[in-house]
Structure formats: structure tokens, C-alpha cells
Design a protein around this ligand. Structure first.
Ligand SMILES: [Zn+2]
Length: 329
């Protein structure tokens, strides 16, 4: 059990960035994986409607983001090894080309345990289409390695202290000291990007942040309560949350620029709510398959829930207020 006390370099709500992350395996019929991803305003994944997303990015800021879309990302083992040097192991797992300077024991556990397990289950339960192009994954063992590695290999400072997924060049960067949940979060984006390329940001970040802390049980993946709950409960109790249809209609710019941490929490806890009702997989499939005429997902939600969105929102709010999360010691 480890405590992560990384502080936000973005300056956003640093108090909430002190979280515990744990990783536990139980090798019984059911086994449990628990891991936390310590990010709040963590990544800048550009899954979603590419035109919309990139337009929003250009609108929002950011020389940093646009520069990141220009980086050189090797797509074969030899070139990746040359880029990173002998301290990094490089392996290929299907469409993922993975490099890391973790020690062999932790790397093996992360790749052949956490990564392989989540990829297999997510592929079976959600994502029909696998990535067809290589996704290059950089897992840096700690903060220094992460910061120095990005500077040396890309000439860039980190966008966030945790990691991010870049769709245009298909890569993931991870600061492993923020927990293995960071890798799960970003690989969710990489898998969804191929399967549901026009996914709006609420479901992209909702599902990615749902599985940043999860358990694997009976060969299925399930989100767990996490540190995003207290802010959400407080806001809902004060009736200050964003109405769900408004959240679902948010584009990337609005989602990230206006109450970002709350938007993450609402999206995550709406996905967890659906999962606990046994409806998340149905919703995801329905939404993906009907997004052309239902770009926000409201119709798909009403269909799978069998209720209008006003009723769904009221029942979701009541459910959220009953949820409990105990801050790990
Ligand atoms: Zn994300």
C-alpha cells in the first residue's frame, strides 16, 4: 500500500490530489484489482469527434497541446529503443507498443497483470473494434523520469503530472508514481477512440475515470468508489451541479474550462450509477451505435433506463447522496 502525495502542477484543487493508491490481487475464483489514479485535471486526451475536439483545442489554448500533437512517436520496437536508450524495456502486446524503465518485476506485473487483464475485459465487455494502428505507451517509473523523459525525447514539459493520451499520434504517457490506475485511465481512452470515435467527452472521461479505480471480479470489470465523490455529494446537496443534459451536451472546451473537476466527478458517478444498475454496457453499445442521431447520449440513456432524463437525473442524484467513500489512511 502506498501513499501518493503528488501535487497538481496545474494549480487546480491540489488538496484533492492527495490520494491513496493501492493494488491488490486475490487469486481466488474472484479476484480483485484496486487501483487509484491520482489525477484531477489529469489528461488532455483527444478522443471524441476529431474535428470538434481539435477545433476546441485551438480555441481553448494551447500552444502546449498543439505542440504535443506534433511529437515524434516511434511505432516499432527498434526505433523506440533507439529513442529511449538501454534503461527502457520495450515489449509489444497486440496493438500496444510499450516501453518502461520500471524494474522487471514491476513491469511484468503491470503489463502481464493489470494491463493484460483490463485490456482483455474491456475489449470483451465494451470495445468491439480494436485499435488498428500501433499505440505507443511510455511508462515512466517516477516523476523525475517522467519529466526528464518528456523533455529529452519530445522537448516538452508534461501537460499534467499524471499522464495523457494523444489520439492524433496514438500514444500514452504515464507517470507511474501516480499509480497504475493512470495507465488504465489512459488505455480506456485509446481503446474507446477506435471503437467510438465520436464519443463526447462526458462518456470518454466518465468511463476512463470510472476504471481508474476498479475491481476485476468474476471476469468482469467494475468501478469503485473514489476520491471524486465528496466534491460531487457536496455540490449536489447544494443543488449546484450541472444538469445532466447540459453536461452531456458540453464540448471539450466547456468541459475542461468550466468546473472541470466537477464535470469529471459527475461523468464518473453517472457511469458508476449505470454500472450498478446493470446498464452501463447496454448504454455504451446503444450510444455508440446511435450517436449519429443522438450525439449527447440522452436518447440512449432514456432508452436503456426506460425513463425520461428528468427522472433519471432525480434518481441518480438521490443515489449519489447515499454513496460513501472512506478516505484511505
Ligand atoms: Zn482522461
Amino acid at each position: 500500500m502506498f501513499r501518493c502525495t503528488e501535487k497538481s502542477q496545474s494549480g487546480l484543487c491540489p488538496a484533492l490530489l492527495r490520494v491513496l493508491w493501492t493494488l491488490r490481487f486475490f487469486t481466488a475464483i474472484s479476484f480483485l484489482l484496486l487501483f487509484n489514479h491520482a489525477a484531477l485535471a489529469e489528461d488532455t486526451s483527444d478522443t471524441g469527434n476529431p474535428d470538434l475536439i481539435h477545433k476546441n483545442w485551438e480555441d481553448t489554448d494551447s500552444a502546449k497541446l498543439l505542440s504535443w500533437s506534433q511529437v515524434n512517436v516511434p511505432k516499432d520496437k527498434k526505433t523506440l529503443r533507439l529513442q529511449l536508450g538501454p534503461e527502457f524495456q520495450v515489449v509489444r502486446r497486440g496493438e500496444f507498443l510499450i516501453a518502461s524503465d520500471l524494474d522487471s518485476k514491476r513491469f511484468d506485473y503491470l503489463i502481464n497483470g493489470v494491463f493484460a487483464c483490463c485490456r482483455e475485459i474491456m475489449g470483451r465487455e465494451f470495445f468491439k473494434r480494436k485499435p488498428t494502428k500501433v499505440v505507443t505507451v511510455y511508462i515512466f517509473k517516477d516523476r523525475n523520469s517522467y519529466t526528464n523523459g518528456l523533455k529529452k525525447n519530445f522537448g516538452m514539459d508534461p501537460i499534467s503530472p499524471y499522464g495523457h493520451y494523444g489520439h492524433k499520434k496514438r500514444y500514452i504517457v504515464v507517470n507511474y508514481s501516480t499509480g497504475p490506475g493512470t495507465l488504465v485511465h489512459e488505455m480506456t481512452h485509446a481503446l474507446m477512440a477506435e471503437d467510438f470515435p465520436v464519443a463526447p467527452i462526458w462518456i470518454s472521461e466518465g468511463m476512463a475515470s470510472l476504471y481508474e479505480q476498479c475491481r476485476v471480479e468474476n471476469d468482469s470489470i467494475r468501478g469503485e468508489q473514489n476520491w471524486r465523490l465528496p466534491e460531487l455529494k457536496k455540490t449536489i446537496a447544494q443543488n449546484g451541479h450541472t444538469p445532466l443534459p447540459e453536461l452531456f451536451a458540453s464540448n471539450t472546451k466547456v468541459f475542461r474550462m468550466m468546473r472541470e473537476s466537477l464535470n469529471y466527478a459527475q461523468s464518473r458517478y453517472f457511469c458508476l450509477y449505470l454500472e450498478e444498475q446493470g446498464l452501463l454496457r447496454k448504454l455504451y453499445a446503444r450510444f455508440r451505435d446511435t450517436a449519429k442521431t443522438d450525439p449527447t447520449g440522452v436518447k440512449a440513456i432514456e432508452y436503456v433506463c426506460g425513463k425520461d432524463i428528468t427522472t433519471v437525473e432525480r434518481e441518480w442524484r438521490e443515489w449519489v447522496l447515499k454513496q460513501k467513500w472512506v478516505k484511505p489512511k
